[in-house]
Design a protein around this ligand. Structure first.
Ligand code: GDP
Ligand code: MG
Length: 677
């Protein structure tokens, strides 16, 4: 069994990118050059190593965050393949939680596209240091400085070019490193595994010197040590510059920018060097805090192997019918065969196997310590978001936020055998993916599944067929609505009943008021019933929250409503928890019904990229779909159209766009808000 490297030599990183920017191709090259894979997989062959689920191979996209381990220059790098498709945003967030650093891969032609923008901002939220790789420098229209400009404009970040490309598009031949002031070209015969580092060619020397000056000036602005040297006119060594870049990257003051063409096998080794040189180790990230499961007191989890164990399960996968949990260890050490405590389930669980996980292979480990990311087999109860810890020091690491699904379809099993299997299969799929929901429609008896988008559900249905041999017919997709009210209203209810031989009584008066879009629900106890103990307020809140789960129009969850407790009656021995909870729910329902309730529909931000000639048609079609055009800008010979469109009108849009533009238009969309459609 394998020993783990020291924590300072670990890197936990993710690759974030818009779909098709080249994330899979970059990851493939990383695995190849670090010696993990002996055959280079190509996305278009359907053989990419990270994309090992059949569905992903068929679609040429990456869906699950498979984690993989590789070695570069004494460092062990764990790469979590974060999905770029917006339907899988939850997966991205889950992985960002456990990363210490990220590489943003951008297309040199497309620049900063919407999904990478979304994920980048999410990474900012988790304070994840990043480096940028501008890929596809070989493509016609490649524009290194253009992409950097977009990083400033759209990501509000400070890019630091550490390299400049030698030529762009067909001319692209290698890179110039502005720190060492050398140029690198790659040998085709070895698929880029070998490369030559030479002095900078004369005709590029002036540009390189300018680039280096710019780099030093930028660093001087951001870093005191460089500033001092700069003011004193002291020369800066290569190591001085590298250390300064590392400091400003980890402090989130700037983002080092590199470039290359993964498909042409150019630029990957310097990217690996940059991961090791600039992205933080778990030690740099420091302690994370959790809470004591009972007292709620803060518990610091330091990245120290001798401390008590604290690990977060960030993903659960069904691999060949077996459950595999992926965990990030924040402190302590876990040993194979040991019992650990899972405070979310209030249970002890055995670590039957600890695994170092590669894209499609797993090595057994005898132990793993702080900073590591490992797979665990044999956990029965653990689910995504759970903490594993030592029973001596129980701790709950912060739970992961969940997203609400926006689209649903009805399923019908094809045969009797399918009927029998469907429940169990859906249960397995929901265990893996908290954004996937299942319910049975009470009126029709149909099984309804909901998720983050058409593609998300298509993938799930196809997995049911492939992995679980369960055939289903699928209905038309429906958007998932929300409900809200249009005016302020009061609701009042009395609960006065015998339940199990005891008399319960409560009267509750509530005021409900509409809030602005996106504000969510709130509850405040303004004037509780006279004489009522404070301890009953949580039960009133609970009743209100239950009522808000299902609105009066079509039973969808209620959103953007402010509820205030403004009165009621409390009778000493009769005023029970049950009575107040039920009365509050009834009062809230009455209020909702009287508050002019209406539906809110999911509204999407859509970005369409089309050649000029098809613009009129595409805009006309978006208008016909009830879309609002927010902006149109030219970008290197194509037009970028930004629009806001209700999701219900976007079904089948990819097919419509393809036929309207002879296959030359592309689009992406993401959830913007719930609103009147
Ligand atoms: P992902 O969706 O971000 O994982 O992107 P992929 O790695 O699947 O790449 C999308 C497409 O871009 C594939 O057809 C790749 O072959 C192509 N591609 C990736 N890197 C490059 C590159 O450096 N240059 C060119 N011209 N194409 C590339
Ligand atoms: Mg991919």
């Amino acid at each position: 069994m394998k020993k783990r490297p020291p924590i300072a030599r670990m890197r936990n990183i993710g690759v974030i990118a818009h779909i098709d920017a080249g994330k899979t191709t970059v990851t493939e090259r990383i695995l190849y050059y670090t010696g993990r894979s002996h055959k280079m997989g190509e996305v278009h062959d359907g053989e990419a190593i990270m994309d090992w689920m059949p569905d992903e191979q068929e679609r040429g996209i990456t869906i699950t965050s498979a984690v993989t381990t590789c070695l570069w220059k004494d460092c062990e790098v764990h790469i979590i393949d974060t999905p770029g498709h917006v339907d899988f945003t939850m997966e991205v967030e889950r992985s960002l939680r456990v990363l210490d650093g990220a590489i943003g891969v951008f297309c040199a032609v497309g620049g900063v596209q919407p999904q990478s923008e979304t994920v980048w901002h999410q990474a900012d939220k988790y304070r994840v240091p990043k480096i940028a790789f501008i890929n596809k420098m070989d493509r016609v229209g490649a524009d290194f400085y253009g992409a950097m400009g977009q990083m400033v404009e759209k990501l509000r970040t400070r890019p630091l070019a550490l390299q400049i490309p030698m030529g762009e598009a067909e001319e692209f031949s290698g890179i110039i490193d502005l720190v060492s002031m050398t140029s690198t070209t790659w040998q085709d015969e070895t698929l880029g595994a070998t490369y030559d580092t030479t002095p900078i060619p004369d005709h590029l020397l002036q540009r390189a010197e300018k680039g280096r000056e710019r780099l030093i000036e930028d660093l001087a602005e951001l870093d005191d040590e460089v500033m001092e040297a700069y003011l004193a006119d002291k020369p800066l060594s290569e190591q001085d510059l590298l250390s300064a870049v590392r400091r400003v990257t980890i402090d989130l003051k700037a983002v080092p920018v590199l470039c290359g063409a993964a498909l042409r096998n150019k630029g990957i080794q310097p990217l690996l060097d940059a991961i090791v040189a600039f992205l933080p180790s778990p030690l740099d990230v420091g302690a994370v805090s959790g809470v004591h499961p009972e007292t709620g007191e803060k518990v610091e989890c330091r990245p120290v192997a001798k401390d008590p164990l604290a690990a977060l399960i960030f993903k659960v996968s069904m691999v060949e019918g077996r459950k595999l949990c992926f965990a990030r260890i924040y402190s302590g050490t876990m040993h194979t065969g040991e019992d650990v405590y899972n405070p979310s389930r209030n249970a002890r669980e055995k670590l039957a196997r600890i695994l170092s996980v590669h894209a499609n292979r797993r090595d057994r480990l005898s132990e793993a310590g702080a900073g590591d990311i490992v797979g665990i087999a044999g956990l029965k109860l653990a689910a995504t978001g759970d903490t594993l810890c030592s029973a001596q020091r129980p701790v709950l690491l912060e739970r992961i936020e969940t997203y609400e699904p926006v689209i649903s379809v009805a399923l019908e099993p094809k045969t009797h055998a399918d009927q029998e299997r469907i429940g169990l299969v859906l249960e397995k799929l929901t265990a893996e993916d908290p954004t996937f929901r299942v319910r049975v429609d009470e009126e029709t008896g149909q099984t309804i599944i909901s998720g983050m988008g058409e593609l998300h559900l298509e993938v799930l249905v196809s997995r049911m067929q492939r992995e679980f041999q369960t055939g289903v017919n699928v209905g038309k997709p429906q958007v998932v609505y929300r409900e809200t009210i249009d005016r302020e209203v009061e609701g009042e209810a009395v609960f006065d009943r015998e339940v199990a031989g005891q008399h319960h009584f409560a009267q509750v008066r509530l005021r409900l008021a509409p809030l602005g879009r996106g504000q969510g629900n709130s509850f405040t106890a303004v004037t509780p019933p006279e004489g009522m103990p404070e301890s009953l307020i949580p039960f009133i809140r609970q009743g209100v929250m239950e009522a808000l789960e299902s609105g009066p129009v079509l039973g969808y969850p209620v959103l953007d409503v402010k509820v205030a407790l403004i009165g009621g009656t409390f009778r000493d021995s009769l005023g029970t928890e049950l009575a107040f909870r039920v009365a509050a729910a009834m009062a809230c329902k009455e209020g909702l019904t009287g508050g002019a309730p209406f539906l809110l529909a999911p509204i999407m931000e859509v970005e369409v990229l089309v050649p000029e000639t098809f613009m009129g048609e595409v805009i006309g079609d978006l208008n016909a779909r009830g879309g609002k055009i927010e902006g149109i800008r030219p970008q290197k010979g194509i037009q970028v159209i930004e629009a806001i469109v209700p999701l219900s009108r976007m079904f089948g849009y990819s097919t419509a766009l393809r036929s309207a533009t002879q296959g030359r238009g592309t689009f992406s969309m993401q959830f913007a808000r719930y609103d009147r459609s």
